[in-house]
Design a protein around this ligand. Structure first.
Ligand code: G3P
Length: 216
Protein backbone atom coordinates (compact mmCIF):
# COMPACT_ATOMS: atom_id res chain seq x y z
CA UNK A 1 0.00 0.00 0.00
CA UNK A 2 1.34 3.43 -0.94
CA UNK A 3 1.31 6.14 1.73
CA UNK A 4 0.49 9.71 0.76
CA UNK A 5 0.45 12.67 3.18
CA UNK A 6 -2.77 14.69 3.06
CA UNK A 7 -1.35 18.11 3.86
CA UNK A 8 0.21 21.27 2.47
CA UNK A 9 2.47 21.78 5.51
CA UNK A 10 5.95 21.54 4.03
CA UNK A 11 7.75 20.86 7.34
CA UNK A 12 5.38 17.96 8.13
CA UNK A 13 6.00 16.58 4.62
CA UNK A 14 9.78 16.86 5.08
CA UNK A 15 9.65 14.95 8.39
CA UNK A 16 7.57 12.15 6.88
CA UNK A 17 9.73 12.00 3.74
CA UNK A 18 12.75 11.52 6.05
CA UNK A 19 11.32 8.16 7.17
CA UNK A 20 11.68 6.88 3.59
CA UNK A 21 8.07 5.65 3.74
CA UNK A 22 6.28 8.52 2.00
CA UNK A 23 5.16 7.83 -1.57
CA UNK A 24 3.23 10.99 -2.43
CA UNK A 25 1.22 14.00 -1.24
CA UNK A 26 -2.35 15.16 -1.72
CA UNK A 27 -3.49 18.76 -1.32
CA UNK A 28 -6.86 20.43 -1.74
CA UNK A 29 -8.10 24.04 -1.50
CA UNK A 30 -8.99 23.65 2.19
CA UNK A 31 -5.51 22.34 3.03
CA UNK A 32 -3.94 25.25 1.09
CA UNK A 33 -6.10 27.69 3.08
CA UNK A 34 -5.04 25.98 6.33
CA UNK A 35 -1.35 26.32 5.38
CA UNK A 36 -1.74 30.06 4.78
CA UNK A 37 0.66 29.67 1.83
CA UNK A 38 0.51 30.62 -1.84
CA UNK A 39 -0.79 27.55 -3.73
CA UNK A 40 1.75 27.47 -6.58
CA UNK A 41 4.66 28.34 -4.30
CA UNK A 42 3.92 25.57 -1.79
CA UNK A 43 3.30 22.95 -4.49
CA UNK A 44 6.66 23.86 -6.08
CA UNK A 45 8.31 23.15 -2.72
CA UNK A 46 6.44 19.86 -2.19
CA UNK A 47 7.41 18.38 -5.57
CA UNK A 48 11.07 18.95 -4.71
CA UNK A 49 10.77 17.02 -1.44
CA UNK A 50 8.62 14.12 -2.70
CA UNK A 51 9.39 12.50 -6.07
CA UNK A 52 6.10 10.56 -6.12
CA UNK A 53 2.68 11.88 -7.20
CA UNK A 54 1.70 15.28 -5.75
CA UNK A 55 -1.99 16.13 -6.21
CA UNK A 56 -2.89 19.74 -7.03
CA UNK A 57 -6.58 20.50 -7.40
CA UNK A 58 -8.31 22.64 -10.02
CA UNK A 59 -11.03 25.01 -8.83
CA UNK A 60 -12.81 25.76 -12.13
CA UNK A 61 -16.09 23.89 -12.53
CA UNK A 62 -16.23 23.83 -16.34
CA UNK A 63 -14.09 21.67 -18.64
CA UNK A 64 -12.34 24.57 -20.44
CA UNK A 65 -11.52 26.27 -17.17
CA UNK A 66 -10.22 23.02 -15.67
CA UNK A 67 -8.01 22.41 -18.73
CA UNK A 68 -6.53 25.93 -18.44
CA UNK A 69 -5.77 25.49 -14.74
CA UNK A 70 -4.39 21.98 -15.33
CA UNK A 71 -2.02 23.43 -17.94
CA UNK A 72 -0.58 25.83 -15.36
CA UNK A 73 -0.31 23.13 -12.69
CA UNK A 74 1.20 20.34 -14.77
CA UNK A 75 4.02 22.65 -15.90
CA UNK A 76 5.24 22.77 -12.29
CA UNK A 77 6.78 19.27 -12.40
CA UNK A 78 6.41 15.82 -13.95
CA UNK A 79 5.10 14.36 -10.67
CA UNK A 80 2.12 16.72 -10.49
CA UNK A 81 -1.20 14.86 -10.46
CA UNK A 82 -4.16 16.98 -11.50
CA UNK A 83 -7.05 16.63 -9.07
CA UNK A 84 -10.53 17.08 -10.54
CA UNK A 85 -13.95 16.77 -8.90
CA UNK A 86 -16.26 13.87 -9.70
CA UNK A 87 -18.62 15.76 -12.03
CA UNK A 88 -19.34 15.36 -15.77
CA UNK A 89 -16.91 18.21 -16.54
CA UNK A 90 -14.36 16.79 -14.12
CA UNK A 91 -14.47 13.38 -15.81
CA UNK A 92 -14.30 14.94 -19.28
CA UNK A 93 -11.17 16.75 -18.12
CA UNK A 94 -9.87 13.50 -16.60
CA UNK A 95 -10.24 11.71 -19.92
CA UNK A 96 -8.51 14.50 -21.87
CA UNK A 97 -5.61 14.76 -19.43
CA UNK A 98 -5.07 11.04 -18.91
CA UNK A 99 -5.15 10.39 -22.69
CA UNK A 100 -2.33 12.93 -22.85
CA UNK A 101 -0.25 11.03 -20.27
CA UNK A 102 -0.98 13.30 -17.29
CA UNK A 103 -1.75 11.67 -13.93
CA UNK A 104 -5.28 12.48 -12.72
CA UNK A 105 -6.80 12.08 -9.25
CA UNK A 106 -10.62 12.15 -9.28
CA UNK A 107 -11.75 13.46 -5.92
CA UNK A 108 -14.93 13.72 -3.85
CA UNK A 109 -16.06 10.16 -4.64
CA UNK A 110 -18.88 8.90 -2.40
CA UNK A 111 -20.34 5.97 -4.37
CA UNK A 112 -19.13 2.88 -6.22
CA UNK A 113 -20.91 4.01 -9.40
CA UNK A 114 -18.96 7.28 -9.29
CA UNK A 115 -15.76 5.22 -8.97
CA UNK A 116 -16.82 3.13 -11.97
CA UNK A 117 -17.25 6.31 -14.03
CA UNK A 118 -13.83 7.61 -12.98
CA UNK A 119 -12.16 4.35 -14.03
CA UNK A 120 -13.88 4.52 -17.40
CA UNK A 121 -12.57 8.08 -17.76
CA UNK A 122 -9.01 6.76 -17.29
CA UNK A 123 -8.36 8.17 -13.81
CA UNK A 124 -4.95 7.32 -12.35
CA UNK A 125 -6.44 7.55 -8.85
CA UNK A 126 -9.97 7.56 -7.45
CA UNK A 127 -10.36 9.25 -4.06
CA UNK A 128 -13.28 7.86 -2.01
CA UNK A 129 -13.74 9.93 1.18
CA UNK A 130 -14.22 7.38 3.95
CA UNK A 131 -14.35 9.77 6.93
CA UNK A 132 -17.03 11.99 5.43
CA UNK A 133 -19.21 8.92 4.73
CA UNK A 134 -18.75 7.76 8.33
CA UNK A 135 -19.81 11.29 9.38
CA UNK A 136 -23.24 10.71 7.81
CA UNK A 137 -23.57 7.19 9.25
CA UNK A 138 -22.64 5.34 6.06
CA UNK A 139 -19.68 2.96 6.00
CA UNK A 140 -16.72 4.48 4.19
CA UNK A 141 -14.86 1.17 4.38
CA UNK A 142 -17.75 -0.73 2.74
CA UNK A 143 -17.37 1.67 -0.19
CA UNK A 144 -13.68 0.76 -0.51
CA UNK A 145 -14.59 -2.95 -0.61
CA UNK A 146 -17.22 -2.33 -3.32
CA UNK A 147 -14.81 -0.34 -5.48
CA UNK A 148 -12.09 -3.01 -5.06
CA UNK A 149 -14.52 -5.69 -6.26
CA UNK A 150 -15.69 -3.66 -9.26
CA UNK A 151 -12.18 -2.65 -10.35
CA UNK A 152 -10.98 -6.26 -10.04
CA UNK A 153 -14.00 -7.54 -11.99
CA UNK A 154 -12.95 -5.46 -14.99
CA UNK A 155 -9.20 -5.19 -14.46
CA UNK A 156 -9.35 -1.40 -14.25
CA UNK A 157 -5.91 0.10 -13.68
CA UNK A 158 -7.25 3.04 -11.65
CA UNK A 159 -5.71 2.99 -8.18
CA UNK A 160 -7.98 3.26 -5.15
CA UNK A 161 -6.67 6.16 -3.06
CA UNK A 162 -8.47 6.10 0.28
CA UNK A 163 -9.03 9.71 1.39
CA UNK A 164 -10.62 11.56 4.30
CA UNK A 165 -8.75 9.11 6.54
CA UNK A 166 -9.27 10.03 10.17
CA UNK A 167 -7.66 7.20 12.16
CA UNK A 168 -5.37 4.13 11.97
CA UNK A 169 -8.39 1.78 11.73
CA UNK A 170 -9.33 3.34 8.39
CA UNK A 171 -5.83 2.47 7.16
CA UNK A 172 -5.88 -1.07 8.58
CA UNK A 173 -9.29 -1.88 7.06
CA UNK A 174 -8.31 -0.34 3.70
CA UNK A 175 -5.11 -2.40 3.63
CA UNK A 176 -7.05 -5.60 4.39
CA UNK A 177 -9.32 -4.88 1.44
CA UNK A 178 -6.34 -4.20 -0.83
CA UNK A 179 -6.70 -0.46 -1.47
CA UNK A 180 -3.71 0.70 -3.50
CA UNK A 181 -3.02 3.98 -1.70
CA UNK A 182 -4.13 5.84 1.38
CA UNK A 183 -3.71 9.53 2.11
CA UNK A 184 -3.84 10.69 5.70
CA UNK A 185 -2.95 13.70 7.84
CA UNK A 186 0.67 13.34 9.12
CA UNK A 187 -0.59 12.94 12.72
CA UNK A 188 -2.49 9.78 11.72
CA UNK A 189 0.53 8.36 9.86
CA UNK A 190 2.74 8.90 12.93
CA UNK A 191 0.19 7.02 15.06
CA UNK A 192 0.88 3.89 12.98
CA UNK A 193 4.37 3.58 14.47
CA UNK A 194 3.15 3.60 18.03
CA UNK A 195 2.44 0.68 20.37
CA UNK A 196 2.78 0.84 24.17
CA UNK A 197 4.42 -2.61 24.24
CA UNK A 198 7.11 -1.35 21.84
CA UNK A 199 7.88 1.56 24.21
CA UNK A 200 7.83 -0.70 27.28
CA UNK A 201 10.02 -3.27 25.52
CA UNK A 202 12.65 -0.67 24.60
CA UNK A 203 12.72 0.69 28.15
CA UNK A 204 13.17 -2.82 29.60
CA UNK A 205 15.92 -3.78 27.12
CA UNK A 206 17.81 -0.53 27.79
CA UNK A 207 17.60 -1.01 31.56
CA UNK A 208 18.99 -4.56 31.30
CA UNK A 209 21.66 -3.46 28.84
CA UNK A 210 22.86 -0.71 31.18
CA UNK A 211 23.08 -3.31 33.95
CA UNK A 212 25.54 -5.36 31.84
CA UNK A 213 27.95 -2.37 31.73
CA UNK A 214 28.73 -3.19 28.09
CA UNK A 215 28.99 -0.92 25.01
CA UNK A 216 28.61 -1.60 21.30
O1 G3P B 1 -8.13 13.74 1.20
C1 G3P B 1 -9.31 14.44 1.40
C2 G3P B 1 -9.30 15.02 2.74
O2 G3P B 1 -8.44 16.12 2.82
C3 G3P B 1 -10.61 15.33 3.33
O3 G3P B 1 -10.50 14.99 4.64
O4 G3P B 1 -11.08 15.02 7.00
O5 G3P B 1 -11.70 16.97 5.52
O6 G3P B 1 -12.87 14.80 5.30
P1 G3P B 1 -11.61 15.46 5.67
Amino acid sequence: MKFFADTAEIEDIRKLADTGLLDGVTTNPSLIKKSGRDFIEVVKEIVKVVPGPVSAEVVALDHDGMMKEAEVLRKIADNITIKVPLTPDGLKTCKALSSDGTMVNVTLCFSANQALLAAKAGATFISPFVGRLDDISQSGIDLIADIRMIYDNYDFGTEILVASVRNPVHILESAKIGADVMTAPPSVIWQLFKHPLTDNGIAAFLKDWEATGQQI
